[in-house]
Design a protein around this ligand. Structure first.
Ligand SMILES: [Zn+2]
Ligand SMILES: [Zn+2]
Length: 662
């Protein structure tokens, strides 16, 4: 046997030429796949002289994706065992799991999942090896004659979407055979791979739910049945994930939105378009009011712009060239007709605005600007409309109409560094005021293939962003080449109470729009100069931030945001008048207080207040009345008795003013 020289995880090795990664990593049980010369490969892959091999563990992002795809693969095998004649679609890994699309004889129900799971367990126990086999298009078409969807993928190889690339995205067309104990194939699937070495490397999985899904995401195609599942490197990690899901389910803002009477999505209005009810309105107004005050303190000027505009504005901005898909289709207005119905004068196209920036640029341009006015910070609670696909809509965190807390800052190049630095500090402190405290930052840098503007400008702006980010002493993640073509950006990622990450604010430098709008200012030497433009949305949108805060607090808002801050609960009817007067005093002091004057008994009233997650229950019985006092009952069930009325008012006001949680 001849020897080959290879590099394994940085070390030089000489091994026999029939050695494969699976032999080399035999002792490292958590290595499930590898990279050979930078390309992800099965551990069964052949090696050649000079290859550079890197081990990939099951817990790494690549390892998890391979684990999850391999589990999807096993699920497809199990489905075809249990429900013969089911046709296969595609089965990619997704965040925290996987899915596979099927065309079964009859629709799957939740009862099918345990049956499929138990068939999967058998396959896993069997320890079937995933064996890669290169094939040709004509052979594959013959072999897969009974799988119409797979055949379609073979036909479109190369042009298939990202998810279909799991099947046919590689340079070669490959089929994976699952080998049974006797070494013979028991099942095969058209797949690019790679996979785990064998099915027994799947430590923990669970099937989650079924859903309908159009083949390849198009409504023109047949409706298939999708099964979602999840897979993890250990049972403990699977359990932790399931617990997180259960916790997230309890906090789901869509559910709390109904339970707490905050907002709804009436059918009559349309998908993704919410109405805020009075209680949601109070939370929202409190959020907006505080934001407005802080922006004023920071030197922002408030502007307003209409919800729709003629097409020309979005032609100038470029939105119609590169963002038309995300916009509502145009309204054609002011069309004039001849008596015979033919068009005499063509109408004007009007669009709902998907972004506020072009309007702010027009405000900037409405007159000459001098360097003395810069930085000019224009702020708007600007409502925008985006035609999101119905599949991605998610309550108020992903809607079709929403209001951005949008600002555009125009400054000189010299001012950029200082402006970005103070901007980021402002953004983070404001998020902290709303109760988010755990952040990391992401810096998206130039995509060398796709950008406008001078290299030197990019370097300068990227360095300014990096400097601003580094000054915050937060973890900084590089998103190399991830910037939009018009400029680098920083995004603030915030972790919520249960550790989920939400992208919040973005600070985006823009080299393009000032050019397209020919924005200028007169500099100290009298020359005309182009300002730097910075886009900045702090909450993203008010609705989205509302949704995030609802989930973060699980609906138990801190007093300053709570729709009802205090609720009066008399121990018995006889104390209603006394307590009603206390509540009146609280309202006079600016507290959102109500008296529960329903016929319910006290215990029921306490339960209702708990369900409504009201921060202060103000209770009064005989002793309280005698002493001119009240008792507080908090959300955690703790109680404080005999608080003089003035002290009670002061405690609530303090909690509101200091924006603390109780
Ligand atoms: Zn596969
Ligand atoms: Zn903008």
């Amino acid at each position: 046997m001849s020897q080959i020289a290879i590099t394994v995880d940085g070390a030089q090795l000489s091994v026999e030429s029939d050695q494969r990664p699976t032999h080399i990593f035999a002792d490292a049980k958590d290595v499930v796949v590898c990279k050979v010369n930078g390309v992800l490969k099965d551990l069964w892959t052949d090696l050649a002289d000079g290859d550079v091999v890197e081990s990939i563990t099951i817990s790494s992002p690549d390892g998890l994706a391979v684990l999850r795809h391999s589990t999807a693969h096993v699920m497809a095998q199990a489905v075809q065992e249990v429900y013969a004649d089911t046709k296969l679609g595609i089965g990619p890994p997704i965040k925290d799991g996987f899915y596979y699309d099927f065309d079964p004889k009859s629709t799957f129900t939740p009862d099918d999942l345990p049956k499929i799971e138990s068939a999967m367990r058998k396959i896993i126990k069997d320890g079937q090896r995933f064996k890669r086999r290169v094939t040709t298009e004509s052979d594959a078409l013959k072999e897969l004659a009974s799988e119409p969807y797979k055949c379609e993928l073979i036909g479109i190889k190369g042009s298939a979407g990202e998810e279909a690339s799991v099947e046919v995205g590689g340079a070669e067309l490959t089929i994976y055979d699952n080998l049974g104990r006797d070494g013979n194939p028991v099942w095969s699937d058209l797949c690019r791979g790679p996979h785990l070495p064998s099915t027994k490397h799947i430590p923990a999985f669970k099937l989650m739910r079924t859903a309908a899904a159009y083949w390849r995401g198009s409504e023109k195609n047949p409706m298939l049945q999708r099964i979602y599942g999840t897979a993890w490197p250990s049972q403990d990690e699977l359990n932790a994930y399931l617990e997180l899901l259960a916790e997230a389910e309890k906090r789901d803002h869509r559910r709390l939105g109904t339970e707490l009477d905050l907002f709804s999505f009436p059918e009559e209005i349309g998908s993704g378009l919410a109405v805020f009810h009075p209680k949601g309105g109070i939370v929202r107004r409190a959020m907006e009011d505080y934001s407005r005050i802080r922006h004023e303190e920071e030197g922002y000027e408030f502007v307003y712009s209409p919800h729709l505009t003629k097409a020309a504005l979005f032609e100038t901005s470029g939105h119609l060239q590169w963002y038309a898909d995300g916009m509502y289709p145009p309204m054609i207005l002011d069309e004039e007709h001849n008596p015979d119905g033919t068009i005499k004068r063509a109408g004007q196209q009007y669009f709902m605005k998907p972004m506020n920036c072009p309007f702010h640029n027009l405000i900037y341009k409405s007159r000459g600007r001098s360097y003395r006015e810069l930085p000019l910070r224009l702020f708007e609670f600007g409502t925008v409309y985006r035609y999101e696909k119905s599949g991605v809509l998610h309550g108020i965190t992903r809607a079709r109409g929403f209001t951005q807390d949008d600002a555009h800052i125009y400054c000189t190049k010299e001012q950029m560094v200082g402006e970005l630095d103070s901007l980021l500090t402002f953004v983070l402190n404001l998020l902290r005021d709303y109760g988010l405290n755990d952040f990391y930052l992401e810096l998206s840098t130039k995509n060398p293939e796709k950008f406008v503007g001078a290299d030197s400008d990019w370097v300068e702006a990227t360095e300014a962003l990096r400097k601003a980010a580094t000054a915050q002493n937060l973890e900084l993640v590089l998103d190399e080449g991830g910037a939009a073509f018009y400029g680098p950006k920083i995004s603030v990622q915030a972790k919520d109470a249960i550790g989920r990450t939400w992208q919040m604010s973005t600070i985006q430098v823009d080299f393009q729009l000032p050019q397209r709008f020919e924005l200028e200012y007169s500099a100290t030497d009298g020359t005309r100069q182009r300002p730097v433009m910075i886009h900045r949305a702090l909450f993203g949108s008010i609705e989205r931030f509302f949704g995030v805060l609802t989930e973060h607090y699980s609906g138990a808002f801190p007093p300053w945001l709570a729709p009802v801050q205090a609720i009066g609960i008399p121990v018995a009817d006889t104390f209603s008048d006394y307590l009603g007067d206390v509540i009146k005093q609280m309202r006079k002091a600016g507290i959102r207080a109500e008296l529960d004057s329903s016929d319910d008994r006290m215990q029921k009233k306490v339960r209702n207040a708990q369900m409504q997650k009201i921060p202060f229950m103000v209770i009064a019985g005989e002793e309280d009345q005698k002493a001119g006092a009240v008792s507080f009952r908090y959300r955690n069930g703790e109680q404080k008795n005999g608080i003089p009325i003035n002290d009670a008012i002061a405690e609530i006001k303090k909690a509101v003013q200091e924006r603390i949680q109780v």
